[in-house]
Design a protein around this ligand. Structure first.
Ligand SMILES: NC(=O)c1ccc[n+]([C@@H]2O[C@H](COP(=O)([O-])OP(=O)(O)OC[C@H]3O[C@@H](n4cnc5c(N)ncnc54)[C@H](O)[C@@H]3O)[C@@H](O)[C@H]2O)c1
Length: 271
């Protein structure tokens, strides 16, 4: 029997990148999957966000594993929209066990917006969006009484201010990724006695559009105040490396693991 058979997992920002890999991995482990994504661009983000076609591709990859997939378009900044999307999707699949709060943005590079707008949007997506995701999903996990797991996606910037750019966008990203660790700890303390484990995964650079877009590439090529080379000798890992950590943390093999930061960073944290 697959480790996650009979369970339903929800992933925000799952139309592409790491979120898609998490959806595919959890489906291969036996879970049905709910994928939420904005499927629209933000003026404060200098690269395109996911499209509806990409969201449909993720659903296709989940279904190829013989699992059900419900997709919803919602902006994690919008609490009411997240509640509606989660309620409708859970009604369709019958329950909710696992949540991966993954949606995020990184606005390195020029945008036609004020620094204030960049700061506000980054915090709204990366931090308030995670809070909105907890608030919308926890009641559904509590409903069945079997417990569950929530993973928030931090970053090496959850513990370090080292970024390739010195800017408002970089400060906002660092602040948001430190902030999600506070949320993770706070919810872990509250929810662990109720059978819901809460943990954070903290990747180093990952090979996705967040880093491969033109604006970020220009900054990477110029070289910044800190290099991204990890002690293991590479600058980026693959989305599947992060998914493997998540698959472990949401499985029963991790049944006594809660409230932790789990780096998947090729040693970046000891630099
Ligand atoms: N790529 C990296 O180097 C890296 C490193 C560490 C942590 N992370 C984190 O990993 C997570 C996934 O990022 P990724 O690397 O897959 O990048 P990505 O840009 O490929 O994926 C992000 C996804 O989130 C969605 N999204 C953005 N804003 C949203 C919103 N307001 N509401 C709903 N969905 C929204 C996008 O449409 C996209 O599908 C993010 O939280 C990111 O901060 C990324």
């Amino acid at each position: 029997m697959s480790t996650l058979e009979g369970k339903v997992a929800l992933i925000t920002g799952g139309a592409r990148g790491q979120g898609r890999s998490h959806a595919r991995t959890l489906a291969q482990a036996g879970a049905d999957v709910i994928v939420i994504d904005i499927c629209a661009d933000l003026a404060t983000v200098p690269y395109r966000l996911a499209s509806e076609a990409e969201l449909a591709e993720t659903a296709g990859e989940v279904q190829a594993s013989g699992r059900k997939c419900v997709t919803k378009i919602a902006d994690v900044r919008d609490s009411a929209a997240v509640v509606t999307a989660v309620d409708e999707a859970v009604a369709e699949l019958g329950r909710l066990d696992i949540v991966v709060a993954n949606a995020g943005v990184l606005s390195w590079g020029p945008v036609d917006c004020t620094p204030q707008q960049v700061f506000d949007d980054t915090i709204a997506v990366n931090l308030i969006g995670v809070w909105n995701t907890f608030e919308a999903t926890v009641p559904h996990i509590l409903e069945h009484g079997d417990g569950g797991c929530i993973v928030v996606i931090g970053s090496t910037n959850s513990n370090s201010a080292k970024t390739l750019e010195v800017s408002t966008a970089a400060r906002a990203y660092v602040a948001s990724k430190h902030g999600v660790i506070g949320l993770m700890r706070s919810y872990a303390l509250q929810l662990s006695p109720l059978g819901i484990r809460v943990n954070a995964v903290e990747p180093c650079g990952v090979d996705t559009m967040m880093l491969t877009n033109d604006a970020a590439q220009r900054i990477i090529e110029q070289g910044g105040p800190y290099d991204m080379l990890n002690p293991m000798g590479m600058e980026r890992i693959e989305p599947e490396d992060v998914s493997a950590a998540i698959e472990f943390l949401v499985s029963d093999r991790a049944r006594y693991i809660t409230g932790i930061e789990f780096p998947v960073d090729a040693g970046f944290g000891v630099k």
